[in-house]
Design a protein around this ligand. Structure first.
Ligand code: GLN
Length: 423
């Protein structure tokens, strides 16, 4: 059997070819002359398997998508507190290149790291060494995430540099307020170099694998970001990643995302999938028209909208799934998701168990997802049942409760041969 995912992605591209509209970014000739028909999509699974379709080897400049990764890098190096001192997290509702600063109490700072004033400030915080400047440092870091050596698009960099008047004016304003602490020209030039790094959609999904996977690079198992860093970046992507279209995006697509003016968009659904699309024509907010189309389609086809919620089997255990398989051996067949609300329901149900020395088996083989709170609460329930005199055993083929004492690590047939369990 072949997995249907590659065909699905190819169909997606085919179906969205009809979606026209939008304009190429035209503030530099290199972007204005891009091929408007290029179209690519890629998807990474939680364990780092990449599927892709269309022009998936075509390189384009990463542009503002770089802001999300630079933000994560700087938080990891300096700590969140120090970064928040410099750049806030309020959605601006303004264009990406607005000279936008937030006045809070006695402090003025860029509203968020996804608009240029914030991103230039974040770029200025990248630690350097004698031999490695900021842009080079970030290039190496992006290469590590992508799993191959990336490079700068020097033509785009040169053009951006020659016409960076607006970014320079942002830089000077930031320097004037001491938010930038050194030469604004150098910082802005280095920031646009960061934006010029060439990537494919496959590189982008490899890069976001680390955000999908809670900070750990799926292919190497190396921890790159703390949980807190990942959460912070995804939060800001959710509220500010699509600039002044962030509200529309959240309602329609509902995935933390970041777009760039060359036509790329990344989307990250933590613990599930990472998506990247590329199509150069942009809407008036600077987001890829076809890219949005494809992302919206994937979100609805795969049920990825963040606020759809994790489908909870509200009844973690139904009455008919609590069975007395033989005398003094009772089985609770649990199902679905085990988080706080389901665990609470389960513990409430267990309150009905009288003191006694019968055996209770929890069959966890139909649990699809468990979080830390769910795990802790179930373990606590087990301890309490033990304290009441019960013997407890688990059917736990997926090792959901690695710390539990008595386990029957097999898939249950009908529990007939359980005569001596738990003794
Ligand atoms: N290099 C561009 C800039 O800073 C990136 C903008 C973008 O992708 N939205 O102006």
């Amino acid at each position: 059997m072949n997995t249907p995912v590659p065909e699905y992605l190819a169909d997606l591209l085919q179906n969205c070819k009809a979606a026209h509209g939008g304009e190429l970014a035209d503030y530099i000739p290199e972007l204005a002359s891009a091929d408007p028909n290029k179209l690519a999509v890629a998807l990474t699974t939680l364990d780092g398997l990449v599927y892709s379709a269309g022009d998936d080897d075509y390189e384009f400049s990463i542009q503002s998508i770089s802001k999300a990764f630079a933000y994560a890098y700087v938080i990891e190096k300096l700590g969140l507190k120090a970064v928040l001192e410099k750049v806030g997290v309020e959605p601006s509702g303004e264009a990406f290149n607005e000279i936008s600063l937030d006045q809070t109490d006695d402090k003025v700072k860029p509203k968020n790291p996804m608009i240029n004033s914030g991103a230039i400030t974040i770029h200025s915080l990248i630690p350097t060494t004698d031999s490695t400047d900021r842009a080079e440092t970030i290039l190496r870091f992006f290469s590590k995430l992508a799993g191959r050596d990336l490079s700068f698009d020097m033509a785009i960099y040169q053009s951006e540099k020659d016409t960076a008047f607006r970014n320079l004016s942002i830089g000077y304003s930031l320097r004037n307020l001491n938010i930038l602490e050194s030469d604004p020209i150098e910082i802005v030039e280095s920031y646009v170099k960061q934006c010029s790094i060439k990537v494919t959609v496959k590189d982008l999904v490899n890069m976001i694998g680390v955000l999908v996977n809670g900070g750990i690079l799926p292919k190497t198992g190396e921890r790159i970001f703390s949980h807190l860093t990942v959460r912070q970046v995804l939060t800001v992507m959710t509220t500010c990643g699509m600039y002044n279209a962030a509200g529309d995006w959240l309602a329609a697509v509902g995935i933390p995302a970041k777009s760039g003016v060359s036509g790329g968009i990344i989307g990250v659904l933590p613990g599930q999938v990472g998506l990247a699309v590329f199509a150069p024509k942009l809407d008036r907010y600077g987001n890829s028209v076809r890219g949005i189309d494809i992302m919206q389609q994937m979100s609805s086809d795969m049920g990825l909208h963040l606020l759809e919620g994790i489908p909870s089997s509200r009844a973690i255990v139904n009455d008919e799934d609590i069975t007395e398989v033989k005398q003094d051996v009772k089985v609770y067949k649990l199902q679905g998701v085990l988080q706080f609300s389901e665990a609470e329901r389960l513990l409430r149900k267990l309150q009905d168990e009288d003191h006694g020395d019968n055996t209770i088996i929890f069959d966890l083989s139909h649990i699809s997802l468990v979080n830390e709170v769910g795990r802790r609460m179930l373990l606590d329930g087990i301890d309490r049942l033990r304290a009441d005199g019960h013997d407890i055993a688990l059917v736990d083929p997926e090792h959901i409760l690695p710390d539990a004492k008595t386990k029957l690590n097999f898939t249950p047939k009908i529990y007939e041969d359980l005569a001596d369990i738990s003794k």
